[in-house]
Design a protein. Sequence first.
Length: 216
Amino acid sequence: MAAGVSTRPGARLRALAAGGTAAAAEAPAPQEHCELCGTPLGPQHRHLLARASRELVCACRPCALLFDREGAGLGRYVPIPERRLRLDGFALDDATWESLRVPVDMAFFFVHSELGRTVAFYPGPMGATESQLQLEAWAAIVAANPPLEALQPDVEALLVNRARGARSHWLVPIDDCYELVGLIRTTWRGLSGGREVWERIDGFFDQLDRRSTGGR
C-alpha cells in the first residue's frame, strides 16, 4: 500500500496488511472494541483519524463526540464525518478524466493536509495506489464543481466510479474509500477480478446510494 494511506481498521484488513491470505481474512472476525476506551463496538461505528500515524481508529460514539469539538485532544485525533452526498450532475467528461491520468476507472481524491495538496488513489488487488495527480486538471474540476471546495482535509473524499460504463460521483467519509479498497483486495481473483468482486463492488455502490443524500 502506498505511503500515507491506511486501510480501514478491522480484523479482516489487519490480517491482510500483516501478510495474511484472503482466505484467512474471511475467517470470523473477533468483535471490535473502541481503541480509546475499550468499549465493545457493533459493525457500524465511528472512526477517528490519528494525525501522527494517519491511521483510522475505531471509536465508540461517546469517545468520537469528545473529539468533535475544535482543539479537543490537542488535535491528536480528527473525527471522520458521516455525511454522504451523491453529486448529481457532476461535471467530469471523458477528456477531463483522461487528463487526470488515473489508470483505472475508480479513484478517490482528498486533501492531504501535511502535503498541502490534493492526492489521488485508486483501489486494486494490492490495495490503494497513488496516482500522480495533474494539479491543473484537478483545479479545473473543482472550479466546475463547487461542492468540492467544502471537502474537509484528510477525512473526506471525492469517490468516482466509472467502471463498466458508470458515471457516478460522491462526497464521502474517507473510511468509505478504505472500505472499498479492502473489499477489492480481499475478493479479487485472477486478472479481471472474477464475478464475486464485481457483485460486491455493485453492492457497495448500491448501499452508498441508499445512504447518500442528493446534491449538485
